[in-house]
Design a protein around this ligand. Structure first.
Ligand SMILES: Cc1cc2nc3c(=O)[nH]c(=O)nc-3n(C[C@H](O)[C@H](O)[C@H](O)COP(=O)(O)OP(=O)(O)OC[C@H]3O[C@@H](n4cnc5c(N)ncnc54)[C@H](O)[C@@H]3O)c2cc1C
Length: 308
């Protein structure tokens, strides 16, 4: 990371415990370059206000059911369009082509009640870093402004056929597992209560980073496939997709990264089988000091996954 210009601190067991106290930690890396934590709800609200100030009109509760060249169809009307940018994430793709590359994978998170002074002291965390563990199936956690802990990740749930429905935002099994992991991570917080829980679908693609495309003679463009890392990356993704719509030749639109697509997922029932198999193999590697078996090594060689 230093070679690529990052200011990084590397911790041994004592060093990492002095930052955040968990009996699980054996070492850590603190990346101090270009990182920040934000509340994505407030970000969305701020973006909405900024858009309104620019004269943008936002129509909520207006599901687009179909799209064609020069028009967008909702349940109640057909809207004539000059250009259309699709930023529909893991929701049902409006172009068949997008669906080949995306699988909606659910991720879940818990939020504790605010920590007492004693609880805060028991974990340290005075520098309030965003924390993630280094496993394939990783947890991420952050302190909020009012000193709650947001704890999520690990379980990545793909359901057969890839449905995205509000009923899947709640999933007892994942929350039970997360809460168990939370107390293994911070046993000194035993007894703390969780006040909130939620989940959502992640637009997962096989290269684990956004991809782009155009349709309808260049009048429609899309950016999707952020694979759970879209809060910052959507800024780049939106700009790039807008430039594609305008036919601009920029460093990004000309790059191999933007011009290429991830490897498509196979259709069902193979899609479910391949995703489940990969999840199981990742779990196995995590339980085996990270050693990757033949299946994961093959995916790595093909440039699929986080190492792509
Ligand atoms: C539990 C969870 C934790 C996450 N944690 C992180 C994290 O720590 N860091 C990070 O960088 N990213 C994280 N992500 C991912 C991040 O939230 C997404 O990558 C990002 O929000 C994607 O932004 P977007 O604008 O592409 O899509 P979204 O913010 O999902 O917006 C898509 C919008 O399109 C609308 N839409 C879809 N289809 C239609 C249609 N047919 N008609 C009309 N409207 C439609 C939807 O209603 C929605 O408003 C997390 C995601 C989840 C679910």
């Amino acid at each position: 990371m230093r070679r690529f210009g990052h200011e990084v601190e590397v911790f041994d067991r004592e060093g990492v415990q002095a930052e955040v106290a968990s009996p699980l930690y054996r070492g850590g890396i603190w990346d101090k370059t270009d990182s920040a934590i934000l509340d994505p709800g407030k970000l969305a609200d701020g973006l909405r206000r900024a858009a309104h100030a620019q004269g943008v009109r936002i129509y909520e509760h207006s599901e687009v059911t179909a799209i064609g060249e020069g028009q967008v169809r909702t349940a109640k009307s057909v809207v004539k369009t000059d250009k259309t940018l699709l930023a529909t994430s893991a929701y049902k793709p409006l172009l068949r082509e997008m669906g080949r590359y995306i699988a909606p994978v659910y991720d879940y998170a818990l939020m504790t009640e605010p920590l007492s002074e004693a609880q805060q002291q028991s974990i340290g965390w005075r520098n309030r870093q965003g924390v993630g563990d280094g496993a394939n199936q990783f947890h991420y956690y952050r302190l909020t402004q009012d000193n709650r802990i947001l704890f999520g990740g690990y379980d990545a749930v793909y359901r057969y056929g890839g449905p995205v429905e509000p009923q899947y935002d709640d999933y007892d099994q994942s929350f039970a597992m997360l809460s168990q992991h939370f107390f293994t991570n911070f046993p000194q917080l035993e007894g703390i209560r969780f006040t909130h829980r939620w989940g959502g679908a992640i637009d997962t693609c096989s290269r684990f980073s956004a991809f782009f495309g155009t349709a309808h003679n260049g009048r429609t463009a899309y950016a999707t496939g952020y694979t759970g890392l879209g809060v910052a990356a959507t800024r780049f993704g939106a700009q790039t997709a807008l430039d594609l719509l305008d036919g601009k030749r920029t460093e990004a639109t000309q790059s191999q990264y933007v011009r290429s697509k991830p490897l498509p997922f196979p259709p069902e029932p193979l899609r479910y089988a391949v995703i489940e198999l990969t999840r199981r193999k990742l779990d196995k590697a995590d339980k085996n000091e990270g050693r990757r078996g033949l299946w994961l090594k093959t995916l790595d060689k093909l440039g699929l996954g986080f190492d792509s």
